[in-house]
Ligand binder design. Structure first.
Ligand SMILES: Nc1ncnc2c1ncn2[C@@H]1O[C@H](COP(=O)(O)OP(=O)(O)OP(=O)(O)O)[C@@H](O)[C@H]1O
Ligand SMILES: [Mg+2]
Length: 370
């Protein structure tokens, strides 16, 4: 499998606003959005009805004109782009939209073939590919049926084939699996996963379908016109698994744990680097994910620094200053390259508020702590 992760982002959004209507009826639908999506990434977007998901998707897909802010697709700035530039980009995008807009007078096969004609692909090349894809999506028997003889789910699968057949660089899908049964929904997303892994195709899916969340590399959440939460699913899962294995986080509910995992900052320290300094204000709480640290305190009698403890993976530190609102009572130094999960004060307090077990485990551990 090729690693596409170090290649430049294919979707780059910065300060993106969007408005509908004009004059007194002008309303803002998107507010100051930012997003970067890399090649080969599958991103799922969720959010309440009316929050702006389709608006964002159609802007990325060049189906709407960018009004304000920066939106780059495949390296091209769409704000102010020429008509010809738009046409070029559109060829490289595959659309799978809710209302499938199939042509009633054309068969399933012909509807899919239209997409390849727009992309300038030869018939002899695409015929086996179209048949293969429709068969894979469970439409082998219905290749030459017209939409009126197909069920809603079957029509949706024709629309999926049409959106993917020309090997687009980006696939934009709005509720692609909503009308599908479990099995065809899975087959459709498996197809997307393969295109992402094999060809670096980038996939952005708007969905409320919980059954497909585990296909995503990232889940983003849109609320009232703004992307509010952008989480790396694999990273979050890894952090959750780690935290759950530690004593203090073990009893948290999966929801709180995921919240914590989404809010920690992963920070790396070199050997001998100071993480916390005695006397400083305490602003953060640390969980040692990897490495080792020494707790060092200055002996007031001698003025000498003394190592009073060593902590290894799975330990935590930094809570005393946060809970007691006191300056740091010791210095913490990485003794080898070390990774910490860092929670800021507000986040730390909100976990304490939501979990009695977390607070009681912390209090148990607070004796002789920093
Ligand atoms: N063509 C339009 N003219 C005016 N307002 C619009 C238009 N399209 C969308 N809006 C408004 O913009 C906001 C965002 O709409 P959008 O369709 O992007 O939401 P959505 O998140 O896709 O919702 P849903 O989950 O219901 O599909 C809504 O308040 C909607 O009423
Ligand atoms: Mg929508």
């Amino acid at each position: 499998m090729t690693d596409f992760s170090n290649q430049p982002a294919v979707i780059q959004i910065d300060g993106l606003n969007h408005y509908f209507g004009s004059g007194d009826s002008k309303t803002q639908a998107l507010f100051d959005n930012a997003l970067n999506v890399r090649p080969g990434e599958i991103v799922i977007m969720t959010g309440p009805s009316g929050s702006g998901k389709t608006t964002l998707l159609t802007l990325i897909g060049t189906l709407r004109t960018v009004q304000d802010g920066s939106l780059k697709v495949l390296g091209e700035e769409l704000n102010g782009i020429s008509q010809q530039g738009l046409t070029e980009i559109r060829k490289k995008i595959g659309f799978i939209f809710q209302a499938h807009n199939l042509f009633g007078s054309l068969t399933a096969y012909q509807n899919v073939r239209m997409a390849t004609e727009l992309a300038g692909l030869k018939n002899s090349v695409v015929k086996p590919k179209i048949e293969q894809m429709l068969t894979r999506l469970g439409l082998g028997e219905r290749i030459h049926y017209k939409p009126k003889s197909l069920s809603g789910g079957q029509k949706q699968r024709v629309a999926i084939a049409r959106g993917l057949i020309h090997n687009p660089r980006i696939v934009l899908a709005d509720e692609p699996t909503a009308a599908l049964d479990e099995e065809s929904g899975r087959e459709a997303v498996t197809l997307l996963r393969e295109m992402a892994d094999r060809e670096g195709c980038t996939v952005l899916i708007v969905t409320h379908d919980n059954r497909i969340l585990d296909f995503a590399d990232r889940i983003i959440n849109m609320v009232a016109g703004k992307i509010t939460n952008d989480s790396d699913v694999k990273q979050t899962e890894k952090i959750c698994a780690f935290l759950q294995a530690t004593e203090i986080f073990a009893e948290l509910t999966p929801r709180t744990l995921t919240d914590v995992a989404n809010n920690v900052e992963v920070r790396n320290y070199a050997a001998n680097e100071t993480i916390v300094r005695q006397g400083d204000e305490g602003r953060e709480f640390f969980v040692l994910a990897d490495g080792n640290v020494a707790i060092v305190r200055t002996n007031p009698a001698t003025g000498q620094d003394e190592t009073i403890n060593q902590l290894a993976e799975g330990s935590h530190f930094g809570e005393v200053a946060l809970i007691k609102d006191q300056p740091r009572n010791a210095t913490v130094v990485a003794t080898k390259p070390t990774t910490c999960y860092v929670l800021d004060r507000e986040e730390f307090r909100s976990v304490i508020d939501t979990s009695d077990s977390f607070e009681s485990e912390l209090r148990k551990a607070m004796f002789e702590r920093i």
